[in-house]
Design a protein. Structure first.
Lengths: 276, 128
């Protein structure tokens, strides 16, 4: 664990713990939602930071403190002497844990305090649901890093994006680049039939849609992950394909002045845009 | 010149952790502690003619929260920059709010450095 990161954590923890303590001392009987929110945020940030540096026991304790403070924030619990006293006790336990961990020790789990907080919350004293898998679930291919594919497969992708998609910082080119990272873009067909006359064209609207045939050994999950933030509002199809459809013939060329001799081969149709 | 990423979050620990991850992958990082500072950072970058490749922003911050910040950014010349929102498990509604405000994606805390990099690369590819 990086020294620099731990140092920032230590400094910030000191500030947060001080802030927690001082605000709690003032909190009894308070009706001020801003004050309650400030205490909540201090516990919330403390919990987040502990997660970053891997102090799971600190996460456990601050999770319960945060829960109780959230009840207060929602108005389901008033900051009476008992609750405030309990939270101040929790801050003391927090100090012990943080100091111990920063010193490289393994401090004892504050069972009693955890139980009291849990009871007050009406919960069983269980460990908080820090399910990294759930948190990062959608990005499966990033999390476990092993490709599902045991060979190259061809996928057909139909990419219909909303016209206003550019407003959300989406760039179709980046999508294509991300797909091409997974393998080879065997064919890309850009459909421009939605393009209005130039005078009506708005430069920040998207009028195009695409069909892509991607050959990849990375598996369908990896392909789906490319569209993870886009799926909900856009019409995107990803499905296995058995092969490339026949190329469409190029538009007929105007007849040359001199007729071609009979039997001469026609020029073969040109393939669509090559993969970058 | 390296690609630049703006990180807006009120936690110094998180900003440092993200900066370490991104710098390690060759990005330049600018930090801001809340939405207002984020907007000021963008103004400074614009003045020095530098453009971030993307913005990463927390939701809960004092002075100016993440959703408001995103809406404000959409009023600036940086309105087409990809914005990634950092949410926590309890804040599913924030993902939706972020999206409506124009965020490009989200990441749930706590996240692994590899996950952050995967998502960042998703939004910062270029042909070069």
């Amino acid at each position: 664990m990086d020294d620099k990161l731990l140092q920032i954590f230590a400094e910030e923890s000191q500030e947060l713990i001080d802030s927690l303590e001082q605000r709690l001392l003032q909190l009894e009987g308070s009706e001020d939602p801003e004050e309650i929110n400030a205490v909540f945020r201090a516990a919330h940030t403390m919990k987040g930071n502990a997660g970053i540096v891997g102090f799971e026991d600190v996460v456990e304790l601050t999770h319960l403190m945060e829960g109780l403070l959230d009840e207060m924030r929602q108005g389901r619990c008033t900051p009476d002497a008992e609750v405030v006293g309990l939270l101040l006790g929790a801050v003391d336990a927090l100090k012990v844990l943080v100091q111990g961990r920063l010193a490289g020790q393994s401090p004892e789990r504050p069972r009693e305090m955890l139980a009291m907080l849990a009871r007050r919350l009406g919960e069983e004293p269980v460990k908080p649901p820090i399910s990294r898998a759930a948190a990062e679930g959608p990005l499966r291919s990033a999390s476990n890093g092993d490709a599902a594919g045991d060979g190259q497969a061809l996928y057909y992708i139909a990419l219909h994006l909303q016209p206003q998609v550019l407003d959300s910082g989406v760039d179709p080119l980046q999508i294509m680049l991300e797909l091409s990272d997974l393998g080879r873009l065997e064919r890309v067909v850009c459909h421009a039939e939605g393009l209005p006359d130039f005078g009506e064209l708005l430069p920040d609207r998207l009028y195009l849609w695409w069909e892509v045939w991607l050959r990849t050994g990375a598996g369908q999950e990896a392909v789906d992950d490319v569209f993870i933030f886009l799926r909900d509002e856009n019409d995107i199809q990803v499905q296995p394909a058995t092969g490339l459809p026949p190329l469409q013939e190029a538009a007929p060329q105007p007849e040359p002045a001199e007729a071609k001799p009979a039997g001469a081969p026609k020029a073969p149709p040109q393939p669509a845009a090559p993969a970058p | 010149m390296n690609k630049l990423i703006l990180i807006v979050d009120d936690s110094a620990t998180l900003r440092m952790s993200v900066e370490m991850t991104l710098k390690g992958a060759g990005f330049e990082v600018v930090q801001a502690t809340n939405g207002r500072e984020g907007l000021e950072a963008l103004q400074r970058l614009e003045a020095s003619q530098r453009r971030p490749a993307m913005i990463i922003s927390d939701v809960n911050m004092p002075i100016m929260d993440g959703i408001t910040f995103i809406k404000e950014v959409k009023q600036t010349p940086f309105r087409y920059l990809p914005i990634l929102v950092l949410t926590t498990e309890r804040e599913d509604s924030k993902k939706l709010e972020g999206k409506k405000a124009g965020a490009s994606g989200w990441l749930v805390k706590p996240f692994k450095p590899e996950t952050l990099l995967t998502v960042v690369r998703k939004f910062t590819r270029s042909l070069a």
